[in-house]
Design a protein around this ligand. Structure first.
Ligand code: ADP
Ligand code: MG
Length: 256
C-alpha cells in the first residue's frame, strides 16, 4: 500500500514533474542559487554540470527537500513545496537521492539498508520489504552481497547498493550527485552501466556528473551552471555539437 498522504496519484504527462520558478537561495550572506528556472517533463534525463561551487548540489538538495530556500517556488508533480516538514516528506517520497559518498548506514547489512525505509515509511511487512529489496539488488547485480555490511563492499558495490536502496521506494525522480566521483576508475563503469540501464526504464533522472561520455549516451538535456546560475539549458545534441555557451565550452575543454 502506498502512503496516500505523501504519494500523490500518477501525474499526467502534461504536468511537469519538476517545475522551478525564480529559485534563489542564500547561505548567510552568500547567494548560491540565482533566479533558477527549470521545468522537467516526466521521463526527462538531465545531466547537470558546471564548476565546483556553482550550486549543483544545492539545487538538487532543494528539489528533494533537504535544503530550505528563501525565494521562488518548486513544484513536484504539480504539488508546491512549502516549508513544512510534511512538504519535505513529500519531496523525499517523490525523489530518490544518490550521493557521492554512498551514505549507506554502516551498521546495517545491504539488505537492511534497503528494507529500512520500506518498513518505516511504507509499512511493508518484513517479507514484502525483502522481496522488493532483493529485486532491486538483483537489478544492480549485487544480490550476492545482500547480507554483507557496507564496509565489506568495494566503492562501486556500495554505490550500486545505494542506487538499489533509493529505487526501493519507487521514486518518480532519481537525483544523483556526482555518483562516481569518489570511485576508483575501474569502478566507475560498473556504476555508470547501472545508471544507463536505469535510464532505459524511463524513470526521470537528474544527474550531477562530469562523466561526459555518460551524458552523451544517456542525457536528453544538459544544464550547465556557473556561479549559482543556469547559464545554459540545451538539448544534449545541441550542447555537444558546439552550441554550448562559451563558459560551458571552456569548462568542457578543461574536463574532456
Ligand atoms: P557544487 O555542487 O556545484 O560544487 P554547492 O551547491 O555544493 O556547489 O555549493 C555552492 C556554494 O554554496 C559554494 O560556494 C559552497 O561553498 C556553498 N555552500 C554549500 N553548502 C553550504 C552550507 N551548508 N553552508 C554554507 N555554504 C555552503
Ligand atoms: Mg556538489
Amino acid at each position: 500500500m502506498l502512503d496516500r498522504r505523501t504519494h500523490p496519484t500518477p501525474t499526467p504527462q502534461s504536468v511537469p514533474l519538476v517545475r522551478i520558478d525564480g529559485l534563489n537561495k542564500w547561505f548567510g550572506a552568500l547567494q548560491v542559487l540565482k533566479d533558477i528556472d527549470l521545468t522537467l517533463r516526466p521521463g526527462a534525463r538531465v545531466v547537470v554540470c558546471g564548476p565546483s561551487g556553482s550550486g549543483k548540489s544545492t539545487l538538487i538538495r532543494c528539489i528533494n527537500g533537504l535544503e530550505p530556500f528563501q525565494k521562488g517556488t518548486i513544484e513536484l508533480a504539480g504539488r508546491r513545496l512549502g516549508k513544512s516538514d510534511r512538504d519535505a516528506a513529500i519531496a523525499r517520497r517523490l525523489t530518490g537521492m544518490v550521493f557521492q559518498s554512498f551514505n549507506l548506514f554502516p551498521h546495517l547489512t545491504v539488505l537492511a539498508n534497503c528494507t529500512l525505509a520500506l518498513r518505516r515509511v511504507l509499512s511493508k511487512s518484513a517479507r514484502e520489504a525483502e522481496e522488493i529489496a532483493m529485486r532491486h539488488l538483483t537489478a544492480v547485480h549485487i544480490a550476492e552481497k545482500a547480507r554483507a555490511y557496507p564496509a565489506e563492499l568495494s566503492g562501486g558495490q556500495q554505490q550500486r547498493a545505494a542506487i538499489a536502496r533509493a529505487l526501493c521506494l519507487d521514486p518518480r525522480i532519481m537525483l544523483f550527485d556526482e555518483p562516481t566521483s569518489a570511485l576508483d576508475p575501474e569502478m566507475i563503469k560498473e556504476v555508470l552501466d547501472v545508471m544507463i540501464a536505469l535510464a532505459k526504464t524511463g524513470v526521470t533522472m537528474v544527474c550531477v556528473t562530469h562523466e561526459m561520455g555518460f551524458a552523451r549516451e544517456v542525457a536528453d538535456e544538459i544544464v550547465f551552471m556557473d556561479q549559482g546560475r543556469i547559464v545554459e539549458h540545451a538539448s544534449s545534441s545541441g550542447f555537444f555539437s558546439g552550441a554550448a555557451h562559451p563558459r560551458a565550452r571552456l569548462f568542457l575543454d578543461t574536463i574532456l
